[in-house]
Design a protein around this ligand. Structure first.
Ligand SMILES: *Cc1c(COP(=O)(O)O)cnc(C)c1O
Length: 365
């Protein structure tokens, strides 16, 4: 008689995260050389050169465990953000911080409020913890903070506010966030996921770090080095919150969640103001270029505060995505985000964007 080994019960409810198809996989599958990936919101300028230098300098120390407290990196971030070092924690990507938040703050049966068509990693760790997801519909293409606040109950532990929202690229404003925070009870943790913070182009974007500076005990702000700093491969993200908020995260985190090279890279990247400035400039210029071309193609798109644009293709979205993939252009299908008629297109450099536009034009006729 054979008994199966039982897995953790929360796994039954989860839809696994589907990453963008790797370039090498498409090269192998279709025998192509020139494959471009506009599917994972990676930086088309490459990594921050100062980060690369810092990694090279650190290679000789790879026999050593990294500093489990990431002292130098946390202090560099604290300087950069004008916040106390005790209010900064680092993780293996913002994804790692999301996992820590869920492990530290969710019990079986806790409720987590998120928006539909938002970042799927919140859902995964909520299910792993056997907590319950409560999802509000989008309002237009943005998060409906009023609806999210209305969903908070005595069982709610965490609310994830993805701002700008992935995959729609929209923001919620400072006024909307202030009104939301006035409604949410003090014992509910509000997580602002600001993975695209550096790329936001709006005076109305909320200053969420101000809540932390004011000592709010239910706010955690997350950002990452993966997007604007071009370090997605390194896996480095950070969280900002008062020590009372971060304490539980530090108890559940892996002892060495941020490796030696990632810590060095983060310090180097923070000094690389030139790279950040170029990234922001290129992103804005190429965003405008793509808007114009989408208009020429008669495609509706959602104006974006990020390095990706959500584009409405219609019922043929899956077919168009598959065709472009065969031609060596990897895009992100959005069925998993409950937006099956859309594709999420990462903004590349001009050569990549041109190639995308020509391929789209051919595929749409
Ligand atoms: C990319 C992304 C993350 C994850 O970033 P990593 O630091 O690479 O783990 C988190 N949240 C959102 C909204 C993202 O788009």
């Amino acid at each position: 008689m054979s008994e199966e080994v039982k897995h953790q019960a929360g796994l039954d409810a989860l839809r696994p995260y589907v990453p963008g198809t790797p370039i090498e996989e498409v090269q192998r599958e279709y025998g192509l050389e020139e494959v471009i990936k506009l599917a994972s919101n990676e930086n088309p300028l490459g990594p921050s050169p100062r980060a690369v230098e810092a990694i090279q300098d650190e290679l000789k120390n790879l026999n050593l465990y990294p500093d489990g407290q990431s002292y130098r990196l946390r202090h560099a971030l604290a300087d950069h953000l004008a916040i106390e070092p005790d209010s900064v924690t680092v993780g293996s990507g913002a994804d790692g911080i999301i996992m820590q938040i869920c492990m530290a703050y969710l019990d079986q049966g806790s409720e987590v409020v998120v928006s539909e068509s938002s970042f799927p990693v919140y859902d995964i760790y909520t299910h792993v913890m056997r907590a319950r997801l409560v999802k509000t519909p989008l309002k237009g293409y943005g998060l409906d903070l009023e609806a999210m606040a209305a969903c908070v109950t005595s069982r709610t532990q965490v609310v994830f506010v993805c701002n700008p929202n992935n995959p729609t690229g929209t923001i919620v404003t400072g006024d909307a966030v202030d009104a939301f925070m006035a409604r949410v009870p003090d014992d509910v943790l509000v997580v602002f996921d600001e993975a695209y913070y550096e790329l936001v182009d709006s005076d109305d974007f909320p200053d969420t770090l101000a809540y932390v500076r004011q000592g709010r005990r239910n706010v955690l702000v997350m950002r990452t080095f993966s997007k604007a700093y071009g370090l997605a491969g390194v896996r480095l993200g950070y969280g900002v919150g008062v020590p009372e908020v971060l304490g539980p995260l530090n108890r559940v985190k892996e002892p060495f969640a941020v490796n030696l090279l990632a810590q060095a890279a983060g310090i180097g990247a923070l000094e690389d103001e030139d790279f950040l400035r170029r990234t922001v400039e290129v992103t804005r210029a190429e965003r405008r270029y793509l808007y114009g071309e989408f208009q020429n193609l008669g495609l509706e798109y959602v104006p974006s505060h990020t390095n990706f644009v959500l584009v409405k293709i219609g019922p043929r979205a899956g077919e168009v995505q598959a065709r472009l993939k065969r031609e060596g252009i990897i895009l992100r299908p959005c069925d998993g985000y409950d937006l099956p008629h859309f594709l999420r297109i990462t903004i590349g450099d001009r050569a990549q964007n041109r190639r995308l536009v020509f391929a789209l034009q051919a595929a749409l006729v």
